[in-house]
Design a protein around this ligand. Sequence first.
Ligand SMILES: Cc1cc2nc3c(=O)[nH]c(=O)nc-3n(C[C@H](O)[C@H](O)[C@H](O)COP(=O)(O)OP(=O)(O)OC[C@H]3O[C@@H](n4cnc5c(N)ncnc54)[C@H](O)[C@@H]3O)c2cc1C
Length: 381
Amino acid sequence: MTTVDVAVIGRGLVGSAAARHLAEAGVSTALIGPAEPADRTTSPGPFSSHGDEGRITRVTAHDRVWATLAARSITRYPDIARRSEVSFHVPRGLAVVTAELDEWIDNGLITGSNVRKVDAAWLRSSTGIEVTNGLGVAWEGSPAGYIQPRRLVEAQTKLAAAAGATVVSEAAASAKPIAGGYEVSGPWGSIRADRMLMATGAFGRHLLDAELRLTRAPRTVVMAEMADPGNIPSLILEQPPDARLRSIYWVPPVWYPDGRLCLKIGGTLATDPELASDEELVSWFHGNGDPTEIEALTATLRALLPDAAITSVSTAPCVITNTPTGHPYVGWLDDGLAVAIGGNGAAAKSSDEIGRLAASLFGADGWTDALSADTFTPQTV
Ligand SMILES: Cc1cc2nc3c(=O)[nH]c(=O)nc-3n(C[C@H](O)[C@H](O)[C@H](O)COP(=O)(O)OP(=O)(O)OC[C@H]3O[C@@H](n4cnc5c(N)ncnc54)[C@H](O)[C@@H]3O)c2cc1C
């Protein structure tokens, strides 16, 4: 049986980043987690929150902690891309339309963003986006834009392996305490680890004895095919034209594996539903999203981009994992068992720093960061 110092379970954005930081710090590491299911509509899972071609990246945020996590991560993108030879970052700029403009701008400026206040007329003439809700508008230029999350996982996994990590591209069926450590097993075999980091996103509850305080919120995305990427930046917008939605975001047109160039729009329904059981979650991934959300997102897109020629529309289900603190959990849950879970729909861009903080738990000095460990303390039911 392979024996390592730390087994990281979950090869998503956070787990792969944590494994890279651990392995590059000289810790013997195993990174365990499956690739995306070949057929989402029949797979029993686990599924991930990163199985897509685009996630917004930006420093400016409604919250100083998130702005800090993003700023630190974004600085390291060029190094990760260069050393892994996997490009994943596309700087296209970001527009934010919000009732809390001052907070967004302050949090951005203090953490090194180039964000600035603009107005609806500037946005219309520079990007074609038509905003009529009267809210404040901010613009963050490059490096804001988007990242390609599948490629970032690939880059982090590649670098973790290059630094000596054992990579198991399969799910863990169990992770049990044994004398002096843990045994992680599946049909693929077993790995013995002194300590363990769980980074399993919305799935993997059955691997933990304790129950984390988390909600898993279903999200529907609409992919609108466009012939031309034009000048469209990333967008975050509150109070969209369709009142069934509380807010929306979109990622500018990006090539999907099926050969289509699509802008992806998603958002939060005013009703903000949750999925309670694992069965509900799996069955959500077998479908194509919520019809009401699809209708509201499509109507919103057409209102905000009146000049765009949309040639086809497809939809997909996804899930976000929310904590009651609004920040990810990064901390110890038990002796030798830490978690890095709870992206709150915002962790893709910041996953490298969340992974670095998680990896630091296993260092000789433990948590030494200027961001308080209390901000990230896991809460259990
Ligand atoms: C529709 C949508 C849009 C989003 N947009 C943005 C955005 O624009 N910008 C942004 O920054 N963030 C965005 N996010 C959030 C971001 O994608 C998540 O916060 C991020 O993916 C969380 O990373 P993670 O590693 O915690 O979880 P995941 O990426 O879900 O990774 C968890 C991994 O654990 C694996 N796993 C689960 N169970 C097991 C097991 N038993 N054994 C082994 N492995 C297991 C899963 O297969 C998965 O690969 C969005 C999320 C969604 C759903």
